[in-house]
Design a protein. Sequence first.
Length: 478
Amino acid sequence: MIEHDSLYIGGQWLRPAENGVITVVSPADEQTIGAVPLATATDVDHAVAAAGAAFRGTWPRLTPGERADVLERLADELAKNRDERAALTSRQNGMPIAIAASAEGDSPVGLLRYYAALARATPLEERRPRLDGNGETLVRKEPVGVVAAIVPWNFPQALTMFKLAPALAAGCTVVLKPAPETTVDALELAAACERVGLPAGVLNVVTGGADVGEYLVSHPGVHKVAFTGSTAAGRRIGEVCGRLLRPVTLELGGKSAAIVLDDADLAATVRGLATSSLLNSGQTCYLSTRILAPRTRYAEVVDAVAGLAGSLTVGDPLSPDTLVGPMVSRRQRDRVESYIAAGKAGGATVATGGGRPAQDRGWYVQPTVFANVDNDARIAREEIFGPVLAVIPYGDIDEAVGIANDSDYGLGGTIWTSDVDRGVELARRVETGSIGVNFYGLDVGAPFGGVKASGIGRELGPEGLAAYHHLKSIYLPA
Ligand code: NAD
């Protein structure tokens, strides 16, 4: 059993103001596997006050190199228990362990090392000659202040570090609110921060759901909000931050397109789609869940994609052979099943799946591929967040681009072709924040984020660090 009874606030482990508890339930067998404390508004007040005090303390005044030293110590600390941390995510959210090992085990370590190196290499002050010729202006980068970081359950440790590593590197202090489904890893992260001597109040962890998150977002002591989650919650947070004129980064949902060109090597394409369209049992924001296939090869593409989905090993997330685990919660499984029902009711053809696999416990759904899908259908327009793909036919390239761009979202995407130059040319025409040719893979050194309803702002790369800096111009006398 996983038991935690305290929140991490101001460098101390404190019991929450009330006795609320979040029950941790295994998605793989529906058994209770632990309990963690539920924070209240009073706890959020304490956490924001602690982060504010830490921001007035030494942390933002250390040199970037001194902060980088702490980030590197934290990276070393997290590297020690990479396998345990990966398993912790799998146990909480059902992520197949083979994916968790790199996505949750390794990537937080890599992010810390990247932002430590970037902090050392990024000058905070620059003197520019004035354009009127009368002397210079000193342009300074300053940390924005107290950051409210709110993350979802699908890649909890990685997405936390997308925010924490650059925020700390910039000199900000943080109040982290993990998703209720994946709270334990956030408390373990706080313990690791404590072990490496991160000053008190620089990271604080409060727990809870949307109400606790909403209270944090609008708290007067917060200077910036960094949110990853659903578009619905992101809109709400954007409204609140707009009213408060509070900087906000929103990493939201997606419904990205895989454009399979007529010259694509289909065997290589489906090998790539296994991750770029179905990673983490379909519970990944950037997945290419609309497969756009040329009419001339439509039946062939449907067969290949259905063959892929039907061949994936579904089962215990802690088994190294598993490629598709359970949905994170009963609610999420019900949601995915409601979309499968909508697809059937809307006249699309089930090419594979469409039901529940053999497991008698756990929130599993069969990897499902729909053929003969119109881009106006609900299953083509709305984010399902499960292992459900829609194969949509197109005539020529212009029509393919039109369908890809006919979406409320714009987060990821892929092009599959034997002519990489042709793929890059097409990638330029797709309205999206990132897109891969013959594969999809985040690059920690390059900006990641969405256009349209997929979000505002960017994480990763130098742009991800810039999101935690304010700019100040000091006009120097000639
Ligand atoms: P969610 O929006 O329900 O919850 C995300 C987090 O926000 C949780 O911690 C939740 O407690 C909190 N929250 C919810 N409503 C809130 C509110 N009004 N104010 C403040 N906090 C609030 O999303 P989810 O179901 O946990 O995650 C899945 C979603 O996240 C999908 O839509 C997925 O596409 C998206 N996502 C996006 C990215 C990206 O980088 N663009 C990455 C991963 C996941």
